[in-house]
Design a protein around this ligand. Sequence first.
Ligand code: BGC
Length: 747
Amino acid sequence: MQTAKMAVSLSLLLGINHDMMNTQYLDQISDLLDQMTLSEKIGQLSQFQTPYGQIPENFKQQLQNGDVGSVLNEADLDTITEMQRIAVEESRLGIPLLFGRDVIHGFKTVFPIPLGQAATWSETLVEQAARVSAIEARSSGINWTFSPMIDISRDPRWGRIAESFGEDHWLTSKLGNAMVDGYQTDNLKNHDAIAACAKHFVGYGAAESGRDYNSVNICENELRNVYLTPFKSACDNKAASMMAAFNDLNGVPASGNEWLMQDVLRTEWGYDGVMLSDWDSIRQLSIHGFTENDKASALAGINAGIDMEMVSTTYADHIEQLLSEGKIKTSQIDTMVKRILLLKFKMGLFDAPYTASEKFPELVNDQHRQIAKEVARNSCVLLQNKHNVLPLAKDDLSSVALIGPLADDGYEQLGTWIFDGDEQHSVTCLQALKAYLGNDVALNFAKGLATSRTTDDSGFNEAITAVKQSDVAVLVLGEESILSGEAHCRTNLDLPGAQHALIRAIKATGTPIVLVVMAGRPLTLTPIMDDVDAILYAWHPGTMGGEAIKELIFGEYSPTGKLPVSFPRNVGQIPIYYNQKHTGKPVTDDNWAFIDDIPVRAEQTSMGMNSAHIDCHFTPLFPFGFGLTYGELSYQNLQVKTPSITPEGALIVDVELVNDSQRDIIETAQLYIRDLHASVTRPVRELKAFKRVEIKANSRQPITFILQASELSFYNQRMQKVLEPGLFHCWIGGDSQASLQGEFRVI
Ligand code: BGC
């Protein structure tokens, strides 16, 4: 008899807590396990990709045999429904399938890349974007997304920085959880919820030289204090699954790392979600040189506790033999199967395996587009605004030149990982400006360059002519989508191709230049800073990018975005991040020597021996947290209300935000701390809280931060989480270089 049909109605369980639900499911899972053959168990551990929209005859047979636990990358609802029907109705035990896909920043409605979403510093917006993504994906049958990516990313050479929330683990934890909440809702059984997958466990973003898949070496203390923390948060927030990373971590590839996945994740943290391999990452253990062959790789993956193998078939091919040779125990396999069944029960798939398509709204509907616009608008970061060239005032203009290969390209503005995004739905800058300016203001459009990376400058003349006929030039430049994302790493982060040459040619006309950058990473903007007046960093803004950018440059809204990652002056500074350590020889403006100030044939002395490069200033071009707006904002009167706090107490700090302009301002105020002396060295600053505040025109807005003392704890040399007494500094301001400082003591 089919177990799906035997299953007790789980609706009885609604209203009781998660742990009780898990216990209840465990009985059902045990019943099911008792009936499963070894090959059915192995089936649950296997995730396959099939040709899109098709169910080949041999795969149908596999489904009927119960040899499939999950299908990857199918998004055609009819195909998914039919696969699910075969699994549920034609296999012996009727176990439903999980349908996984990379829904990374939207499905049909595309939101800004995750790095852009991080620039909103808004858990609400990130959650809303994930909610829309989940609704659209689930309406197409997908019930599992391989997102969020919560790898700490301090290296913009790495193409996958686009998929991350940037360099800070605290911000990443908050936004990662918001994304999980948006996907999963408060109950995975909801008809429009999908399971999240926090990835990549762990350290993938620290690939040496920013080269994808490269080795990673991070000491345990740094792992625990930084890289693991977003995953611990995702675990506490009940993210349904995690994905193992491709990289070698301290000599042990993550996908075969028992310490990481058994000792830390399962035993210490008690995580009971599904651990999925990355694409082929178990088979690749032998390519790393960690195992001798596929059989040994399967053994390593199982011992590490990876429950499901993505695409490669080392489990399917070797588990039986590994069992008969006594190298693994049936109980290990059972534990893995149980976790997968538990997820399927929690998702209610045994009761409701099919997508209830009648319950879903239309894809890319007005509400979804509106949310996409709002997220895009809040993700744009104003980096420079000389002479307040922005906002532009339509009434003062008779003509605008719109220039650049990304100004009217609905595809390129979507960014990396948009399997389902459709450029037909995009609003480009050209479309948005045309609609807004109408017949009142002439719009002179020329691409100037066919693509972002071409060096063919034959379009320059047309662009220069357009600019000469205009009051202002809006340039939309940057990187095409494919220049960032997985395996798309760069060593040169300047604007590619002939884009700088185009900027210089336009600058020669004397027309004010507003530069909008669309890119998947921080680019090195140093070479062009002096050549343009304003810079609005729009990342890859997604479906509604053009509309959002138009609203900002014409001042319908003021920019609110803040950088989730430091912008280097040049590639040689990388990795440069705000929460670095102090070192024993910190550099300051007073002790830094620039190369041009060092006399020729200078003596070798210990003077000026600082932790700095002599040929580049030691600060980033733009610091973490930075972002301008149109008003005049300052921070004043910081007051620490609790100069000493106990470990059970809380820090309370007041500050005033002062708006000296005629515009209302929305500002993200940030609280940083520094633990001055500790048993392991602590970062020069650590973000501990932020608040989005509205400050009305010409007014003062007092705000208060309350931080529990426990938030000041860290892992010590013995890897214990401790809060040590001592002196702390704190700063509140608009970025990580905030100067308004206070101090307090933990007693
Ligand atoms: C990536 C994962 C992704 C998977 C499935 C891999 O190459 O590293 O992040 O989820 O492919 O597409």
